[in-house]
Design a binder for this molecule. Structure first.
Ligand code: ATP
Length: 345
């Protein structure tokens, strides 16, 4: 059987890291018919749309996307590509697992970090509703709805229950935004009551940020509205080695798009030193979503083995290898694991 997947190579380091992830997935032996959907600032400027129809059509056909970062052109007033995609396909849940990697030296190497961030993906301050009331006075609308808040909370709790996780922490600023974050919290509490087996707690976002740095190992599942989710994701990425290693999934009822947390990193684009780990782990999430657990485990284990070996790591995580060398090492490790059989993580 062969799957159809939309591959969006993006721009900046996108083409390098997505090509590496594609090769690593193909090495697992899972048959994928990749449908390439090009999307970059040139195409956006030419079509006049941040999300041209050919990309939507492809994702509608396949239902699954592996997406590299795409830069939204600064001029022209385009909405962010990611925001447009998430809204258009109603990809309401942004899921980001943040885990320590074996052998990787970070400031937090002495603790085991293993948390999963559930970020609401469709509203909050990302509603794009900004208004200049009078000259030099601007408002930006924060939209929080019951429907979206319950949906993300249910997704987080169901995941926690099915993955054997113990705790969910809802993160908010309801002491200041009493109505908006207050509604988000009420929804989280209601959903928490339906899942008594999962320990539920609430943390104000500023305290949560400090706790994440002081004692990151205490966190299990984090549940956040859109903006706090964005900021806390980068903070959490910093605990485990940076943006190069944290993957993500955008999930809706009908579609799923997998992408790294990082952007197009123009500062290192074309230098052959970008770290494809985050894209490869996003592909692991994609394989799991497709029901290909054994291939997902093999790829995950292969990447972890390259980290344990330490010899083929990219500069962002303290190594001297290039993207190509790292990728070859992962592919070799996938092949080894295929002979030896998968070890579940
Ligand atoms: P965006 O606003 O699109 O999310 P950003 O401004 O947050 O992007 P990134 O493009 O994510 O920025 O890059 C932030 C920093 O992290 C840059 O210095 C970049 O080189 C580095 N970086 C990001 N991704 C990677 C990667 N895969 N490998 C190595 N370094 C990376």
């Amino acid at each position: 059987m062969s799957y159809k997947v939309t591959l969006i190579p993006g721009d900046g380091i996108g083409p390098e890291v997505s090509a590496a992830a594609r090769r690593a997935v193909d090495a697992t032996g899972v048959k994928i018919d990749w449908e390439i959907a090009e999307l970059n600032p040139d195409i956006i400027s030419k079509t006049g749309q941040s999300l041209p129809q050919h990309v939507v059509d492809s994702l509608e056909r396949t239902g699954i996307g592996l997406k590299a970062p795409v830069t939204t052109p600064i001029a022209g007033g385009y909405t962010s590509v990611n925001v447009a995609l998430r809204k258009r396909l109603d990809l309401y849940a942004n899921v980001r697992p943040v885990r320590s990697l074996p052998g990787l030296i970070t400031r937090f190497s002495d603790v085991k970090i293993d948390m999963v961030i559930f970020r609401e993906n469709t509203e909050d301050l990302y509603s794009g509703l900004e208004h200049e009331v009078i000259t030099d006075v601007v408002t930006s609308l924060k939209v929080i709805t019951r429907t979206a808040s319950v949906r993300i909370a249910e997704t987080a709790f169901r995941f926690a229950a099915s993955a054997g996780r113990k705790k969910v922490a809802a993160i908010h600023k309801a002491n200041i935004m009493k109505l908006a974050d207050g509604l988000f919290l009420r929804c989280c509490r209601e959903v928490a009551q339906r899942h008594p087996e999962i320990e539920y707690k609430e943390l104000i976002v500023d305290n949560a940020s400090m706790q994440l740095v002081i004692k990151p190992e205490q966190f299990d599942v984090l549940l956040l509205p859109n903006l706090y989710g964005d900021i806390v994701s980068d903070l959490a990425a910093g605990l485990v080695g940076g943006l190069g290693v944290v993957p993500g999934a955008n999930l809706g009822e009908k579609h799923a798009v997998f992408e790294a947390v990082h952007g197009s990193a123009p500062d290192i684009a074309g230098k052959g030193i970008s770290n494809p780990t985050a894209m490869m782990f996003s592909a692991v999430m994609m394989l799991n979503h497709m029901g290909e657990q054994s291939a997902a485990n093999r790829l995950q284990n292969a990447v972890e083995k390259v980290y344990s070996d330490k010899r083929k790591l990219t500069p962002d995580v303290g190594g001297t290898a290039g993207t190509a060398e790292f990728t070859e090492a992962v592919i070799a490790a996938v092949a080894e694991r295929s002979i030896g059989g998968a070890s579940p993580i």
